[in-house]
Design a binder for this molecule. Structure first.
Ligand SMILES: C[S@@+](CC[C@H](N)C(=O)[O-])C[C@H]1O[C@@H](n2cnc3c(N)ncnc32)[C@H](O)[C@@H]1O
Length: 426
């Protein structure tokens, strides 16, 4: 009896937690030690840039105590993996279908179109897959290194968007992404005519395709991702150019063929190894929802590599979760709740801890850095590279908060405790 009530409740909670992490789904955690929480960003930025500000003083409380230990044990136990995760996934599918998002048929469609490819592993690339990337992640045992993850990621993002932004229904993901498009422009993102853009950690191309639409003047938009499965699905979607179900098509968004887009399999932290990518050859490099999934030492390498790939005066664009925004900060201040959230993303805690260190590190390398809020929980950052010979201090414009200290964009995410049924509609 208790089981019949408690398990669906926990599954609902797990689903909500998966939903928080748009566009990611979920995963199992490796808890960072207290020692490494005071992050690599911090030590490197101090070493490399004596003139940038120190990280913000607010740090999350230590995660100790009996309740915390019990929760950590539960999250590491088979209960989570074998009972709650499947239930939560079933719930995501049901939520999608209840929002008219055709999860089952969209997945069948893309699986059918890729029947030949998915009977085998994708061709091995020369890229070495780092250890951090080989653990289970986002509810998939093999993380991003599986066909299932690659076939589902766009459908799941659409479902999560519908859950998180009920006022937009099945267009929630579109509204969410649109907020980043506008925020990047507000932060000063520009690309010159015939410019080249690189989308690092492009996944199946959700961010890459938007870049192509938003910057029609760009000559080339390349995407690089470590998962050959994601890249294969991204390439196939671009060939198929399906319509969205809103227009009677089989997919969850409209996809236009675009000969300017090229996807590559490779490690963004070692991107110059790829023969297609040359030093100082890009006008803009995009990192959309990538950094929170990386160990900090890898995130540093990725920012360094982006710097090398950018032309002098080129721009780095970062769109990310903002744990300095009150809505996420409040969740994080609750150690038990955040344990649950953290359990879905191995590096989220350390990322959350070190946002100001990330800003400091970017400031140490770039000439002008501007940060604006994109949603009530996310920021967009545009950093312009130092021109040759420039060695002055970076101009840092942090416009996330107004004069009264309020986050400038209202938090419109569905709150954790709200279900779609009791959400107030405007
Ligand atoms: C949350 S997804 C974001 C995908 C895409 N940018 C978007 O906005 O939908 C993060 C992506 O980063 C990729 N990734 C993680 N580490 C990487 C690395 N070292 N090099 C390239 N891609 C990486 C993952 O495979 C995954 O596709």
């Amino acid at each position: 009896m208790i089981g019949r009530r408690v398990i669906p409740f926990l599954a609902e909670l797990s689903f909500i937690i998966l939903s928080l992490l748009t566009p990611s789904i979920q995963g199992f955690f490796v808890r960072p030690s207290a020692h490494c929480l005071h992050s690599t960003w911090g030590s490197l930025s101090r070493r490399e840039a004596a003139n940038v500000s120190e990280p913000a003083a607010t740090r999350a409380p230590p995660r100790t105590g009996i309740a915390q230990k019990v929760l950590d044990m539960a999250l590491a136990s088979p209960l989570w993996k074998y009972l709650l995760v499947p239930q939560a996934r079933a719930k995501i599918v049901a939520t999608a279908e209840a929002n008219q998002i055709p999860w089952t048929s969209a997945k069948e469609w893309i699986s059918g179109e890729m029947q030949t490819e998915i009977t085998a592993d994708p061709p091995l690339s020369t890229t070495t897959i780092p250890a951090y990337y080989q653990q289970s992640f986002h509810a998939y045992d093999k993380g991003n290194l599986s066909w299932e993850a690659a076939l589902e990621v766009e459908i799941a993002s659409c479902a999560v968007g519908a859950r998180n932004f009920p006022q937009f229904g099945s267009n929630g993901e579109e509204a969410f992404r649109g907020a980043f498009d506008s925020a990047l422009i507000e932060a000063g993102a520009v690309v010159s005519k015939a410019g080249r853009i690189l989308d690092m950690g492009c996944g199946t191309g959700m961010s890459t395709r938007r870049l192509a639409i938003n910057f029609p003047q760009a000559k080339a938009i390349q995407g690089v991702d470590l998962s050959p499965y994601f890249v294969a699905v991204g390439k196939r979607l671009l060939e198929l150019a399906p319509n969205s179900f809103h227009e009677g098509g089989p997919w969850v968004s409209n996809i236009e063929r675009d000969a300017r887009i090229e996807y590559l399999v490779g490690d963004a932290s070692n991107a110059l190894q790829l023969k297609e990518l040359q030093e100082e050859s890009f006008d803009a490099i995009n990192l959309q929802f990538v950094l929170h999934e990386l160990p900090p030492e890898v995130a540093i390498l990725v920012v360094d590599e982006a710097f090398r790939l950018l032309k002098p005066s080129g721009q780095l664009w970062i769109c990310e979760m903002d744990f300095e925004a009150p809505a996420y900060a409040a969740q994080r201040a609750n150690p038990l709740l955040f344990s649950l959230i953290r359990s879905t993303e191995p590096y989220l805690d350390i990322y959350a801890e070190s946002i100001s260190d990330l800003f400091s590190y970017v400031r140490s390398k770039f000439q002008h850095v501007k940060v604006v809020p994109a949603t009530g929980r996310h920021f967009a950052l545009v950093a312009t590279r130092r021109g040759t010979g420039y060695d002055g201090e970076a101009l840092f414009e942090d416009q996330r908060f107004d004069e009264d200290g309020n986050y400038r964009v209202e938090d419109t995410h569905l709150q954790l405790w709200e279900s779609k049924g009791n959400q107030k509609h405007n």
